[in-house]
Every structure is written in C-alpha cells, then in structure tokens.
Design a protein around this ligand. Sequence first.
Ligand code: FAD
Ligand code: EPU
Length: 345
Amino acid sequence: RPPPMSALTATHSVDLQPLHTFGLPARALELRLLVNTADLLAFARARQEGQTFLLLGEGSNTVFVNAQVDATVWKVALKGRQYLGCDGIHHHLRVRAGENWHQTVEWTVAMGWGGLENLALIPGCVGASPVQNIGAYGVELKDRVSAVHVFDLDAQSERAFTVDECEFAYRDSIFKHAAQGRYVITAVDFALPVHWQPVLGYGDVAQRVAELGELTPMNLLKAVCAIRTEKLPDPAVLGNSGSFFKNPIVDTAQVKCLIDQFPNLVHYPAGPGMEKLAAGWLIDQCGLKGHVLGGVGVYSKQALILVNLGQGQGSELLQLVQHVQSSVQRKYGVLIEPEPNLIQT
Ligand code: FAD
Ligand code: EPU
C-alpha cells in the first residue's frame, strides 16, 4: 500500500522559487500539502504545538523575500467542483480551495453560467480569491460569492462565513485581518445570475468584445484575456506578482489639491468623500517605467508591476519598493502600499 499523499509530500529544505510567481531564490524548512480533512487536522495540531507556518496557494500574491524561510509551508490542494442547483435567480456552485482560479472561470463559462468572465486569467487558486477579494475589469469576487467555507484551526472544525462576515473591501477582507492565520479557506460558494448582465464599463472592454462579434460570456472572457495578455507579463516568462502596489484611496479634498498641480491626474470615485488614484500613473509620471535595480525592475509596459529580470534578490526588491514609494511620496505626497504579501520571516 502506498503511504498517504500528505506523508509523501513532507520534505525538508524545500525550494520555494518555483512556488511563487515572483521567483526569488528561497528555501523553507518543510512543505506539506493540504489534500483532505486528515491533513487539516494535522495542520491544526502542528499549529497548536507552536509550529511556525505559512499558508500558500499558487504563490501569485506572495513574495518570499528572504532566502531562508524558517517555517513549514502548507500548500492548499483541496480539489473538487460541484453544481449545487438553480433557484431561478442564481446558479449555485461550490468550488474547493485548491482548484485553479482561471480554469474555474473557464469551466463556468463553458457550462453557460456567466458572471466570472471579467475575472478571467487572474493567477492563483480559488481558496486565495476571497483573501484579497480579487478584482478586475469592473467586477470583484464579492459580487459573485455567497459563502466562504473554512476550517477553523482553533476549534478544529468547519464553519462558513457569510458575505457580510467576510468584510470585503478593495483588495481586502477579514482574512487579512482578524481571521488571518486562524482559518483555512476550504471552499467558496458562488451565485451566478441566471439572467446574465455583462459588465462592460472598464476601459476599452466594450469595444474589444464588440470586435469579437456577439456579446456572450465566452466573448467577454476572450476580450478580457486578450487585454490582460497585452498588458501583463506572463509569470512563466518574467517573474512578477501582478500589481505590486494597491491603488491608493485618498479624500476628495486632497484630490482637488493634486488636480490643481497635476491636471491630468487619473482618479476614480471610491465611495462618499473618497477617490482612488491610479498608482501605475503616479509611478509612470515619476519616470520610473523600465527602471532597473540589479536583478529587478519596474515593468517597461505597466509601471504598477515590478518584475524579476531573472537573477533578482530579495534585498534588491526591497530597495526598489522603497525607491518607488519615496519617489511617489515626494512628488504627490501619497503613500502607495504593496499589494502582495512580502514574507520576511
Ligand atoms: P497565494 O499567493 O498563494 O496566497 C495569497 C494569500 O492568501 C496568502 O496570505 C495566503 O496565506 C492566503 N491563502 C491562500 N490560500 C488560502 C486558503 N485556502 N485559506 C486561507 N488563506 C489562504 N489580483 C487581483 O485581484 N486582480 C488581478 O487582476 C490580478 N492580476 C494578477 C496578474 C498577475 C500576472 C499576477 C502574478 C497576480 C495577479 N493578481 C491579481 C494577484 C493574485 O493573482 C491574486 O491575489 C490571487 O488570488 C492569489 O492567489 P494564489 O493562490 O496565488 O495566492
Ligand atoms: N497607467 C499609466 N501608466 C502605467 C500604468 C497605468 O498611466 O504604467 C494608467 C492607465 O493609463 C490608466 C490607469 O493608470 O489610466 C489604470 O491602469 P489600468 O487600467 O491598467 O489598471 P491598474 O490600476 O494598473 C488595476 C488592478 C489590476 C486589474 C486592473 C483591471 C490594482 C492594484 N490593480 O490595475 O489588478 O487587473 O485594474 O481591473 O487595483 C492585481 O491586483 O494584481 C492586478 C493586476
């Protein structure tokens, strides 16, 4: 009889470079896969015994900055997708955390259930999608989720978070704050509208889908994939973590002052009295597009993306982050904060 899969995957001194899309050189003490309930219980016990740990999906929003990570990395690999039924208003689906996000979007569209197509081609797994409430092209995860299932490592039992309990906001949720480190997200429930309403308001999405012909979820998915492929570097070719900084949210009074000085400032409404600035525009205007620091740099086609040019080191990345932040702060008086989790244990 072969040993259980989790035992097979417990290895010592693990190479983390291929396990995160920025691809910096790093090693961890140990890698364990979370495949089933027994693994979740083993994880809970190890945590109770004081093990230092990190929870990982596909590593597209995680940057291992230090060469040595003194922790056990638990990688979520719970698999399965289920159609729960239709109540006449929504199709209800449950997708387990270890499923790939983009493949899940493709599956829903191929089955005829529209609603997730604007979120196509976002790297990563389903379990990480609620953590920063992934968003793109006018849609956020929170618009399509009905519940988030978790394994509570304290209670060693399962529970579900309602959408309200998740406290979703722009690139944010409770899983980055009060719930951080206590829960493993095991599955996400989606409610996709039976009567599909395309979301076409962002940038040139409407024009790009019109060029493809009929307005369908599949053509919208294709248009979003085409736009993203032109703009974003493929991590398999050039290491990156997507947008490296969040778009800063500032109050309207500050935006008015900035517009007096910089009439072309890119800004969007972000709730009462607040506006979102385009961090990519701010960085670009500082003349940093294509800026190189050792083995890392600002992507030459999109200033919001930092890239690993091949031999990048964590220390260089930290220097570059600081340089970009201080340049923007000096010119605009605005702090831009990193979006990915920078692991510096
Ligand atoms: P990881 O990096 O593995 O993990 C991210 C965080 O979630 C970590 O804190 C981890 O501990 C936690 N986590 C992971 N799984 C679980 C779980 N099961 N339970 C609890 N916590 C968990 N993001 C967007 O929002 N919009 C975009 O358009 C977008 N475009 C991108 C483009 C590129 C090229 C890249 C590289 C990244 C992009 N991202 C984007 C960021 C990234 O794809 C998302 O944040 C994604 O959800 C991360 O998934 P992951 O599995 O790789 O997460
Ligand atoms: N811009 C520039 N120069 C640049 C980059 C951008 O002037 O080098 C300007 C653009 O012209 C545009 C504005 O900045 O006017 C915004 O650019 P874009 O539409 O490309 O969006 P973004 O703010 O760079 C955000 C998300 C992306 C998401 C896209 C589409 C954040 C931090 N980033 O990018 O998410 O895919 O919108 O919705 O919110 C991610 O989170 O990793 C990510 C890629």
